[in-house]
Design a protein around this ligand. Structure first.
Ligand code: ADP
Ligand code: MG
Length: 172
């Protein structure tokens, strides 16, 4: 059976991990957190002093994930999307959260003031949505609101239906 690969992206704090894990457990697809993959393999090529975090070695991350992506059936979670091969993904979901709600979520993380402010700005200027629209065919990119538990549930159900349709259409 062929299975689709799905990318869940968006500004830090919008709920990618929450949605991705729940979706994986309900669909049976595998969940891949790119940040964790990088950490486990130390796939870094520098350190960002301003953001106080290591810099992802995008080429190494792509090499590391290539086999799993070729297999299909992956839900990939990352706050960036322009360095993945376009052919990997059959759907890209960009989560969106209102500023005040996002601010409250990010406040609980140990981000410095600059990083917190930049992340809020990233959401206001819809940086990830535009990155997704530039990196993938527009008709596979979908924005989903991610403010409340009800919206989370709606998003899960919507993506589960999308997976079901895709699987039906690709497994005659
Ligand atoms: P990300 O992986 O995008 O950084 P997380 O999944 O870690 O975001 O979510 C950040 C915080 O927001 C968590 O505390 C999570 O429980 C909460 N959260 C995520 N999605 C929603 C939602 N739709 N409604 C309410 N809270 C949410
Ligand atoms: Mg996360």
């Amino acid at each position: 059976m062929v299975l689709p690969n799905i990318l869940i992206t968006g500004t830090p704090g919008v709920g990618k991990t929450t949605l991705g894990k729940e979706l994986a457990s309900r669909s049976g697809l595998k969940y891949i957190n790119v940040g964790d993959v990088a950490r486990e393999g130390a796939l870094y090529n520098g350190y960002d002093e301003e953001y106080e975090c290591p810099i992802l070695d995008e080429e190494k991350v792509v090499d590391e994930l290539e086999n799993q992506m070729a297999e299909g059936g992956a839900i990939v979670d990352y706050h960036g999307c322009d360095f993945f091969p376009e052919r990997w993904f059959h759907a890209v979901f960009v989560l969106r959260t209102d500023n005040s709600i996002l601010y409250k979520r990010l406040e609980t993380r140990s981000y410095n003031e600059k990083k917190l402010g930049d992340n809020i700005e990233c959401e206001i200027f819809q940086v990830l949505y535009e990155e997704a629209m530039l990196s993938y065919k527009e008709d596979i990119v979908h924005q989903l609101p991610s403010n409340t538990p009800e919206e989370l549930e709606d998003n899960i159900n919507q993506i589960l239906r999308w997976i079901e349709q895709w699987v039906k259409g690709h497994n005659p």
